[in-house]
Design a protein. Sequence first.
Length: 276
Amino acid sequence: MGSIDGIKELGEIRVSIERGEQLKAVLQFPFIKGIYLDEGAFSEEELLKYRGEIQNSGKWAGLRFRRIQRREDRGRSPKDWMEEAKNEEGFRHFLLRTLDQVAILQDFPDRKFSTCFDYTLYSYNQAAMDVWESLGAKEMCFPIEFRFQEDMAFSEWARSRGISTELLCYGHLPMMVSANCIEKTRNGCTRGNNVVSLQDRQNKSMPVRLYCKYCYNQIYNSDVLSLLGLEKEVERLGASSFRFDFTVESEKEILELFQGRPLKQFTRGHFHKGIE
């Protein structure tokens, strides 16, 4: 497996993080230009604190919005964060992950902030992609269901529309998002906002992230996606930015990854075999 060196020469490197110790790790690398904080993983106080640390380091601070939104959610809503950014304050970049968030975006036609439509927004065919374009997409993440040949077609479509593209190069891919809490079912509500696990039929341990702030879970693949070592194919896609999603990784694991230590176990996802 290759190292980060082959990717960082191709475009902007971005990361998303869900824990404070992860921030300590990624701030050490000058080639990382932007850092998304996960809205569901941090308290509002932590978001503001870490945002300041990121901006003071010379990197841009972005907010990766929640996967599930309810009317009864407490604290700031995605619209509140966008309202703040409208005045050129706060977060300058948002990762949109639901149709609700795209709908909110329509209230900001003259926005000064930037957005990326994440892979969680269905983009498997051109009709869907055309809808996102009509709703203001200026940057889109490659769908994780695509194999390389389909990624090439997506890239050509985006380029013809003047839309920038972001490629997920590393991260545990979500298997399912659930509004029914696994921990609450097993042991009662703990509001621990931590990581538990499930065993699959092959006896592999699948990480389950508890987003207690908004009361939902996300179940991840046991093997992490990595496109490191596929630099020739990745370069052909012409993406303008490359993202590394950190969920369950420790500070040490992130440091080792960016310092070039090979992963013991990983998957290429659908990059070569697709979903059909």
